[in-house]
Design a protein around this ligand. Structure first.
Ligand code: PXP
Length: 252
């Protein structure tokens, strides 16, 4: 079986984190986005959090004006964010759970318990012509719920897999990869487009890239971290190469 192409979405939130540490304009997340695209990113992802701790409203507006690749707007399903998404009109919106006290998105959306809240948000964004993605745990029943809600895309949360990978817990890595594989296959069978992301780095990305149904990975923190040592251009190229190596296993 020939593998589908695998896109890389580069998340530039933490360029804004560094900028905000000092105030002012540097480093500029839009410059980073353009550099990532020149290095091989297929799209740019940015998360406008309720507390604006990294990306700010004007960053989203500048990204939309300056990018010539798809913009993926990560956001909580709140009236404020829906209004901003309608104004900015990104290519895609990835709906994520958001808690003020968390350091990063800690788990997938509760799309079963939260269906009645999410359904109108999904419909509204779809009505604007925006591609809607749900950031979810890699579980079979969650795939069915996403399809039932009418979302065209799910992004599988790879955080638990990545934590096991970093801890060197081989049994848990195998278990989590199997969850990702089963959810990806089931979701694709239901007609969902499958993305994945959270916590991936140059090493943990390969086995995930080898899951044939996954067509997009969204990666941020580790890339911006590597950029300190090797530069952003080289970090994106290294990630692209690692993804391609993983993907090559599908056709093998
Ligand atoms: N996908 C989603 C939905 C996320 O919330 C995040 C973190 O903002 C990522 C991907 C990227 O995760 P990381 O920065 O750990 O690569």
């Amino acid at each position: 079986m020939k593998a589908l192409p695998l896109r890389l979405g580069v998340n530039i939130d933490h360029v804004a984190t560094v900028r905000n540490a000092r105030g002012g304009h540097n480093p500029d997340p839009i410059r980073a986005a353009n550099m990532a695209v020149l290095a091989g990113a297929d799209g740019i992802t940015a998360h406008l959090r309720e507390d604006r701790r990294h990306i700010r409203d004007e960053d989203m507006e500048r990204l939309k004006r300056n990018l010539f690749v798809p913009l993926n707007f990560e956001m909580a399903a709140t009236p404020e964010m829906v209004e901003i998404a309608r104004r900015i009109h990104p290519h895609a919106c990835c709906l994520v759970p958001e808690k003020r006290e968390e350091r990063t998105t800690e788990g997938g959306l509760d799309i079963i318990g939260g269906a009645s809240h999410l359904r109108p948000v999904i419909q509204e964004l779809k009505g604007e012509g925006i591609r809607v993605s749900l950031f979810v745990e890699p579980e079979i029943d969650v795939m069915a719920a996403a399809a039932e809600l009418g979302a065209p895309v799910v992004e599988l949360h790879t955080g638990t897999y990545c934590e096991a990978f970093v801890a060197g817990d081989e049994a848990k890595v195998a278990h989590e990869l199997e969850r990702l594989r089963r959810a990806a296959a089931h979701g694709a069978g239901l007609g969902l487009e499958i993305h994945a992301g959270h916590g991936l780095d140059l090493n943990s990305v390969r086995p995930v890239a080898a899951i044939s149904q996954i067509v997009e990975l969204n990666i941020g923190h580790s890339l911006i971290g590597e950029a300190i040592f090797m530069g952003l251009d080289e970090a994106v190229r290294a990630m692209r190469a690692a993804m391609d190596e993983g993907r090559a296993q599908v056709a093998a």
